[in-house]
Ligand binder design. Structure first.
Ligand code: ATP
Length: 282
C-alpha cells in the first residue's frame, strides 16, 4: 500500500530524515513512534504530499505521491497535528465545506460525529469547542470521503483518556473494515494497543521495525512474575523461566494448588526504545 525508500529531508543544517525505508501493507495499522523532533511530522507531510523531500521515493498504491496527486487525494485521509479548522464556522459548516471539496456524502458527517460522540455539537462554532473536541472533528473530517488510507499525526496528543479511547475504538473499527492507517505518536501505550507494526524513529533514522509482540519478546529477559500461596500468605516472586529449579517450583505449586497467578515480565515499548536508542521516549 505504501512504500518509502531512502527518504531524506534537511532544514538548513538540521537533518530531519536521514534516509528511511519502510513498507506498509494494505489493512495494516503502522506506527511511527519517536520523541519530539524525531522526524515524525516531516515523514507524514512528505507522504501526504505537503512537503518535498530532498531525496527518496514514496509510492502509495503503486503511484508516486508527487506526480499522482489527483489520483491519490480522494483515496487518502489526513488528520494533521495542528488544528486547521475554520474557528468561526460551526462544525456542520466546516464539514460541509470539506464534503463539497472532496465530493463526499453529507450523511457521513452525522455518521462519524456520532461515532466519536460529537453529534450534539454539530451546530456549535468550532471556537467554542475544547481542544479534545477539535481533535475529534479533525478526525471526522479526515474520514468524510471514506479514504482507503488514513494518516494521523499524533491523533490523541493532549486528550483525556476517555476521548483518546473513543478515537482508538473508531480507528480499530475502521481498520477492521479494511482501512490502512499510518499514525505517529510518542504515546507508547497508544501505539502498543493499536499497531500491527511499529517503527522506532530516532534522530531521523529508523532504529527498529517490528510487530509489538516481537519487539517485546526479543527484549524480554526470560522472567516471570509468580504469585504463590505459602503458609496462607500470598507471596510475589520474580523467576527465571530458563532455570530448572524455577520450573520445578512452579510445577509443584500448580500441583499443590498454590499458584495464584503467573505473568511474563515483558519490557514496555518505552523501555525497549531506551534500550535500542539510548534516548527517552518523551
Ligand atoms: N520548518 C522547519 N524548519 C526548521 N527545522 C524544522 C522544521 N520542521 C521541522 N524541523 C526540525 O526537524 C526535526 C524533525 O522535526 P519533526 O517535526 O518532523 O519531528 P517530530 O518527530 O514530528 O516532532 P514532534 O513530536 O515534536 O512533532 C526537528 O529537529 C525539528 O526541529
Amino acid at each position: 500500500m505504501i512504500s518509502v525508500e531512502n527518504l531524506k529531508k534537511s532544514y538548513g543544517q538540521k537533518i530531519a530524515l536521514n534516509g528511511i525505508d519502510f513498507n506498509i501493507e494494505r489493512g495494516e495499522i503502522f506506527s511511527l513512534l519517536g520523541p519530539n523532533g524525531a522526524g515524525k511530522t516531516s515523514t507524514i507531510k512528505i507522504l501526504t504530499g505537503q512537503l518535498i523531500p530532498d531525496e527518496g521515493i514514496v509510492k502509495i498504491m503503486g503511484r508516486d505521491v508527487f506526480s499522482s496527486r489527483n489520483f491519490l487525494r480522494p483515496r487518502m485521509g489526513v488528520m494533521p497535528e495542528e488544528n486547521n479548522l475554520y474557528e468561526r464556522l460551526t462544525v456542520r459548516n466546516n464539514l460541509k465545506f470539506f464534503c463539497r471539496l472532496y465530493e463526499a456524502d453529507f450523511e457521513n458527517m452525522e455518521k462519524y460525529l456520532e461515532a466519536v460522540g460529537m453529534l450534539s455539537e454539530i451546530d456549535t462554532p468550532v471556537k467554542k469547542l475544547s481542544r479534545g473536541m477539535k481533535q475529534k472533528i479533525l478526525l471526522v473530517r479526515s474520514l468524510l470521503h471514506e479514504p482507503e488510507v488514513l494518516f494521523l499525526d499524533e491523533p490523541t496528543s493532549g486528550l483525556d483518556p476517555a476521548s483518546a479511547a473513543s478515537i482508538h475504538r473508531l480507528l480499530e473499527k475502521l481498520n477492521e473494515e479494511g482501512l490502512t492507517i499510518l499514525l505517529t505518536s510518542h504515546d507508547m501505550e497508544e501505539v502498543d494497543r493499536l499497531s500491527d507494526r511499529i517503527a522506532f524513529l530516532h534522530d531521523g533514522s529508523i532504529s527498529a521495525l517490528d510487530h509489538p509482540t516481537s519487539l517485546k519478546l526479543n527484549h524480554a529477559e526470560g522472567q516471570v512474575d509468580v504469585l504463590v500461596r505459602i503458609n496462607g500468605d500470598l507471596q510475589e516472586k520474580r523467576m527465571d523461566i530458563n532455570s530448572d529449579s524455577a520450573a520445578e517450583d512452579i510445577s509443584r505449586w500448580i500441583k499443590e494448588g498454590k499458584l495464584a497467578s503467573i505473568h511474563s515480565c515483558e519490557p514496555s515499548l518505552a523501555e525497549i526504545f531506551v534500550d535500542i536508542t539510548g534516548s527517552e521516549l518523551k
